[in-house]
Design a protein around this ligand. Sequence first.
Ligand SMILES: C[S@@+](CC[C@H](N)C(=O)[O-])C[C@H]1O[C@@H](n2cnc3c(N)ncnc32)[C@H](O)[C@@H]1O
Length: 282
Amino acid sequence: MDTSERVVLPLLDFPQNGRVLDVGCGNGGISFLLAELRPDLHISGVDFEANPVADAAAFAERHGLSRLHFEQGDAHQLRFADGTFDGAVCQTVLTHVRDAPTVVREMARVLKVGGVFSRPNIPRAARSPAMTMCIWRNGMKPGSVSITASASCSAGASWRWGAAMIRWGRVPLLATQAGMDVYDVRLNDRVMHVFPPYRHEKQRNYLELSKRYHAPAPDDRWFNLTLETILAGGGTEADARWYYAATDSAGILQAIEAGVLSATGSFALYLTFARKPLSPST
Ligand SMILES: C[S@@+](CC[C@H](N)C(=O)[O-])C[C@H]1O[C@@H](n2cnc3c(N)ncnc32)[C@H](O)[C@@H]1O
């Protein structure tokens, strides 16, 4: 809430009673956060999947949030007319879509001139102990096992740099290519913290996410992702093998199963802020 209220909202500077689009809204996390901070906004959430849209709509209704509206739709082909919204946001979506440049162009299209675009994304920190990520397991063995690494190790530095180059760092470029004027890029300071008995919903969500990330993959997809990222960051295949092996996925799954996983670490959340200029050439 702090980062959103003190940093993100002032940068977005939505007009009073403005219209905001949340692309790939899922079950409405960002929409509800925005609505809490700025109850005057009219927010439309669009997602490909029916279930999260239904959940978000039901939550809005239960809480009397009549300025929020959720619907199914494809981010590659938004049904809204050009220049409809004062703002467009999307969080952790562009890595999931078929064609990110098209989605960014669509977001730019439906913005009014002067409208702002923001797209934060969370790197796959759950799989990356080298991103100032620290996971420790309690009660598995005598003492606790700790996996602590920092971006100062060379494989970690390559991973982080590669990730910025080929994934999250692409967003300012995509926004520029869509005719937007990027006026700020930020890295947030949120620290994820997960401890038994996992009282908070976010902690339980993190465990579910971790289960997915650490589940044995039927192919080399996770290793290939690591390799691609580390090579793009200037590392070697040996770095990628070391880095991949440093993540004890089986141990993490076992700890989740036993209800003893504790984890904390920083999710580097890149936020790109861009504005639709008065004329595309300015
Ligand atoms: C990681 S979730 C993020 C959800 C939400 N933005 C949040 O921050 O909680 C990614 C979302 O993108 C949605 N998505 C993927 N492809 C899409 C598309 N082509 N059009 C609309 N939504 C899409 C998925 O259904 C999913 O809800």
